[in-house]
Every structure is written in C-alpha cells, then in structure tokens.
Design a protein around this ligand. Structure first.
Ligand code: FE2
Ligand code: FE2
Length: 150
C-alpha cells in the first residue's frame, strides 16, 4: 500500500498517546488531591478520589493496549496537572478535567472512524476500549457532581 494511506493511523496513534498522558495526569492528580482535603468530609471524599484514581490507572493500561495493537510505543510523559486547594476547588477542577476528557476522547473516536479502513483487525478492539473509558469518565463526572451537591 502507498504510505499516504497510513496518515490517519499515525494521527490516531498521536491522539491515543495524548489520552495516555491525560490518564497519567488524572491518576497522579486524584492521588495528590486526595491528600489535600480538609474538614468532616475529607476521609469520605479522599476514599472516592482514590477509587477514581484506580480507574484512571486502568484506563492508562487500556490506552497502552490500543497502542500495542497498533505497534506503537506508549508515551511515558504526563499531561500538565491542574493544582487546586480546598475541597470545592479540587472537586471543580476534577469535574472540568473529566468533562474535557470526555470531549477529547470523542475526538479520538472520530479519528478512529476516519482510520477504519486502515484497521481491518484492530478497529473493534480499540473502539471497545475507548467506549469503556468514556463511559467511566462520564460516571466519574456524575460522582463528582454528586460530591459537589450539584
Ligand atoms: Fe480516565
Ligand atoms: Fe476519570
């Protein structure tokens, strides 16, 4: 095949690696924020943020799986985090990040669909993982909204 055929796949790999870097950040950020909470709700919310961090850890693994099936090296970088102080600000910062992640991952799904012709034996594998991750981020956003009392 002509090399130009693989342009969409190269773009997909780039976006999957950005997703992996976002997951590295998300896990580290939740674990960091879990230590910074104060007040009566601190332990409850810290437990919830730590649990979400575990999901982000699994998501990083799913992005690595997607990169592996594409024969691409997974990134070892981390997206820049969003520091926050105070329980409300911490929850708001993470709610924004969850929503931004959903938006960004939908752009990866769009790129995946652009690349479909180049992925005869990989498409469903990647599509399933991305759908799983997006569903989890939507659930995280809901849980944080609940913690915020929204
Ligand atoms: Fe995630
Ligand atoms: Fe999340």
């Amino acid at each position: 095949m002509h090399p130009v055929v693989f342009v969409a796949k190269a773009k997909l790999i780039e976006l999957l690696n950005k997703g992996l870097e976002l997951e590295h950040q998300a896990e580290a950020q939740y674990l960091s924020h879990a230590t910074l909470l104060t007040g009566e709700t601190a332990d409850t919310i810290a437990a919830r943020l730590t649990e979400i961090a575990g999901d982000e850890h699994k998501h990083a693994g799913m992005f690595r799986d997607c990169l592996e099936i594409l024969d691409a090296a997974p990134s070892i970088k981390m997206h820049e985090g969003h520091p926050a102080t105070g329980t409300m600000n911490i929850l708001k910062a993470n709610l924004k990040d969850e929503r931004d992640a959903v938006d960004f991952y939908r752009t990866i799904v769009a790129e995946l669909n652009n690349s479909r012709a180049e992925l005869p034996y990989e498409y469903e594998f990647i599509e399933h993982k991305l759908r799983h991750v997006i569903m989890d981020e939507e659930e995280h956003a809901l849980e944080i909204r609940t913690l915020l009392g929204e």
